[in-house]
Design a protein around this ligand. Structure first.
Ligand SMILES: [Zn+2]
Length: 650
């Protein structure tokens, strides 16, 4: 789903869209967020209340829809498997809809509806674990849309339209189902009965249209696992156009249902969808529903929604159509296993839409998108990708956190892991037998990325997924006569949940004619690094290509380091055992002295500070007893001037 990167013209023209945008950005205000969350909890617990004693492996749905009227008449037949012995089943269903009857074959079953949006059905007898059966629920009513609409009657160009958008909790607003993120039906059949002057659009393949009096029954068949929130319908006077795309050795139809007034415009840009289908198919894994089709259906909500095999979109902007397409892999084939992990849907789709630009040789646009995403992410010093309140729809779909910061996590992972390991890890994730056509949590992605890279990424997910905020780097540097750079990297963090961000950090040394970029594994605060630059730099740029989330970085050039001889410093003994003595020839009073000992990884292992008194000349640095023998670097700073000494522990 996507609502925030709307074309500017649409934002100006459509007050409703603007309102949506406002709602999402407003969540940056903690007080507002907490207020909304409390209200939501009071209104209704936004969770699936379907009982855990069954799963549904197949739904047969028959829906009668006339877009002129906000009304649905339905018969839904779930085929279920009992997972815990029981004599009753609880489905999610809005109590705005009236259930007329429930039948199991010819037996009428007892049922009750409750104000917590549930339908409880008494089975004719106790069912043992593992038993399978089906029943049919007959219902009707005027749906009350929630969330992002769920069931909406509207108009376009004076013509009536009904469309659905059930994410995250809205499926129960118009059909009885299991509404949670714990059950995908293996397949679904959908019959939509509608007036002859309209067309219907839904999931999977349209296999027949049968005329019956003033109505047509449009029958859709879908033979892949599907979550309830990804089931959708739309009915209006659609224009249909069909294209095809070659995916490996398979030619697949791409079927679009667009409002007649916009059909030519949408068709003129369908190549963007076809190109992206091929690119994602080649880069990640085969299009997940290749035996059926992909399609787009126009609707009136301000954005797009990745209904399985059939994305609903408001416009034909490239970023929107590629975002919704990417969801077919990330969101539909593998669905987030909790709304806490929505970034597995939205972060990926946002990343994939941006990622197409350099693949299509539009690097400038890509850099611009990355920069604007970054600016938005760091516009507040807090907020985690992990959703901390899944009862609040606006928090789940927070554009700054679930979309942009989620996408940036993938960018940072790719940078941390290297390209080949990153894409292997993503392909392994998409093909993971435990996850494909099923649900995944963040730990499942981590497991696949770690296996592909050989890295332990726990620190990464603690910092960036669960943790909040960002680092601000300060790089102090100087160069000596042989162009060796002496670099100290320190950081502060914007939020107390992360005290230090371990990152690979790029530093670009440059002057008017030369530049050199070095990569430092920044693993500890006040880290010392020494690099041969090869020329005299005048500037150091921190993370110049925006690989990291950070803000307020400072690069400070220190006065040139004097040679050891200039400062008249002597270090003894070397090799040392447990202490190092530093002797200064300059005995002037009031100068600050700092001694720092670093190991080969740049980690500080001992420090001492003092102030010259005018009489003392010797300063002692005690070193830890358990220090391993080997090479160390001693940094001596006197009055802001630093010298570096290589020392050896015996
Ligand atoms: Zn999305």
């Amino acid at each position: 789903m996507k609502s925030k990167f709307l074309p500017v013209v649409l934002l100006l023209l459509t007050a409703k869209i603007n309102a949506q945008e406002q709602v999402i950005k407003k969540t940056n205000d903690i007080a507002e967020m907490e207020k909304q969350s409390r209200e939501k909890r009071i209104n209704n617990g936004l969770v699936s209340l379907a009982s855990g004693n069954f799963t549904v492996h197949y739904y047969k749905c028959e829906w009668k829809i006339n877009p002129s009227k906000n009304y649905i008449t339905g018969k839904v037949t779930p085929h279920f498997i009992i997972t815990g012995a029981t004599s009753s089943l609880v489905f999610d269903l809005s109590n705005a809809l009236r259930v007329d009857s429930v039948y199991m074959r010819k037996t009428k079953l007892l049922f009750s509806q409750a104000s917590n949006q549930t339908l409880t059905i008494q089975l004719p007898s106790a069912y043992a674990n593992g038993s399978m059966d089906s029943l049919s629920i007959f219902y009707q009513g005027a749906p009350i849309g929630g969330g992002f609409g769920s069931f909406v009657k509207s108009t376009h160009n004076g013509k009536p339209v009904i469309w659905t958008l059930s994410e995250p909790y809205g499926a129960r607003d118009w059909w009885p189902c299991r509404n949670g993120l714990d059950d995908k039906a293996d397949s679904i059949d959908i019959d939509i009965i509608h007036p002859t002057k309209y067309k219907a659009s839904s999931n999977g393949m349209l296999v027949s249209t049968v005329l019956k009096g003033k109505n047509i029954t449009s029958s859709f068949r879908h033979r892949y696992p599907i979550a309830s929130y990804l089931v959708a319908l739309a009915v209006t006077n659609f224009s249909t156009f069909t294209d095809s795309v070659q995916l490996g050795n398979k030619k697949m139809p791409v079927i679009s249902n667009i409002y007649p007034e916009d059909s030519a415009t949408f068709h003129s840009t369908i190549y963007m969808t076809l190109n992206a289908l091929q690119l994602y198919n080649n880069k990640f894994t085969q299009y997940p529903f290749v035996n059926e089709r992909y399609g787009q259906t126009q609707f009136g909500w301000g954005g797009g929604m990745e209904h399985q095999t059939n994305s609903f979109i408001t416009s034909n902007g490239e970023n929107l159509v590629t975002h919704e397409l990417a969801h077919q892999w990330f969101g539909d084939k593998i669905t987030c296993g909790s709304w806490q992990d929505i970034w597995l849907n939205e972060g990926f789709a946002t990343y994939c839409a941006d990622f197409l630009y350099p693949e299509n040789n539009n690097v400038a646009q890509y850099k611009q998108n990355v920069k604007s995403d970054l600016d938005y992410i760091v516009s507040a010093p807090y907020g985690s990708v992990k959703v901390d309140d899944t009862t609040n729809t606006n928090r789940i779909f927070d554009g700054r956190l679930s979309y942009d910061k989620g996408a940036f996590l993938l960018r940072m992972l790719r940078f941390t892991m290297t390209d080949s390991a990153f894409f292997k890890g993503i392909r392994d994730y998409l093909g993971d037998p435990l996850l494909q056509y099923n649900f995944a949590r963040t730990a499942d992605l981590q497991r696949n990325l770690e296996a592909a890279s050989g890295l332990n990424l726990t620190y990464f997910f603690n910092q960036w997924y669960a943790g909040q905020g960002y680092p601000s780097f300060t790089v102090q540097w100087s160069q000596n006569a042989t162009n060796q750079a002496n670099i100290t990297i320190s950081q502060t963090t914007s939020h107390a949940s992360v005290s230090f961000f371990q990152v690979p950090l790029q530093l670009k040394f440059k002057n008017a004619t030369q530049e050199k970029t070095i990569l430092v594994q920044h693993t500890v605060n006040n880290q010392l690094d020494i690099e041969d630059i090869g020329f005299k730099a005048d500037t150091v740029l921190i993370d110049p290509d925006n690989y990291l989330i950070s803000k307020n970085n400072k690069s400070i050039k220190l006065a040139s380091v004097k040679t050891v001889a200039d400062l008249n410093i002597s270090v003894a003994p070397n090799p040392f055992t447990d202490r190092i003595n530093v002797t200064l020839q300059d005995k002037a009073a009031g100068k600050k002295v700092m001694l720092q000992l670093f190991d080969n990884a740049g980690q500080s292992v001992a420090t001492n500070t003092g102030t010259t008194t005018g009489s003392r000349s010797s300063y002692m640095l005690a070193t830890p007893r358990n220090l391993s023998p080997g090479n160390y670097v001693l940094r001596v700073t006197v009055d802001g001037k630093t010298t570096i000494h290589n020392v050896i522990k015996k």
